[in-house]
Design a protein around this ligand. Structure first.
Ligand SMILES: [Zn+2]
Ligand SMILES: [Zn+2]
Ligand SMILES: [Zn+2]
Length: 158
């Protein structure tokens, strides 16, 4: 764009009644347009004015939009929102509960939500069960409380 480009733009700017301080933005616009060979001078002025106008309405959004339109190489991305995703696994020495045969990363047959609502417990024999399953099992034992896997006396591991 020739040196008269800026002057022309300022003239158009004054004609549409925008405040003079906004002209500083136009310096940037002119620089961008200088590097954009496909845009004609007249077109450039139109885009420049349109851009300042949009700037006043919605500064953040339009800045991204305009930069993307005028120069494809200088795209500025702003993260406006993000969602964290986390996953978890029980670390047990087996994959399934020896009582209900359901996976440890699922829950016992009485529960719907795995995790804190249906925790795992370990015995001192190192066998592991859904807490609900082992409690049900222990309550059903009349005489001595034994691990259903190894028949050792059941004691909860601290
Ligand atoms: Zn179970
Ligand atoms: Zn449960
Ligand atoms: Zn055991």
């Amino acid at each position: 764009m020739p040196a008269t480009g800026a002057a022309t733009t300022l003239f158009v700017l004054t004609a549409v009644g925008l405040p003079a301080k906004e002209a500083s933005i136009l310096v940037v616009v002119e620089w961008i347009l200088d590097h954009c060979n496909t845009v004609l001078n007249v077109m450039g002025d139109c885009i420049g004015v349109a851009m300042v106008y949009e700037f006043e309405l919605e500064e953040e959004v339009e800045e991204i939009e305009v930069r993307r339109c005028l120069t494809r190489r200088r795209m500025k991305v702003k993260i406006r929102q993000w969602n964290g995703v986390a996953s978890w696994l029980w670390v047990a020495n087996d994959e399934n509960c020896g009582i209900c045969r359901m996976p440890f990363n699922g829950c016992c047959p009485d529960c719907k939500v795995p995790g804190d609502d249906c925790p795992l417990v370990w015995g001192q024999c190192s066998h592991c069960f859904h807490m609900h399953c082992i409690l049900k099992w222990l309550n059903s034992q009349q005489v001595q409380q034994q691990c259903p896997m190894c028949r050792q006396e059941w004691k909860f591991k601290e």
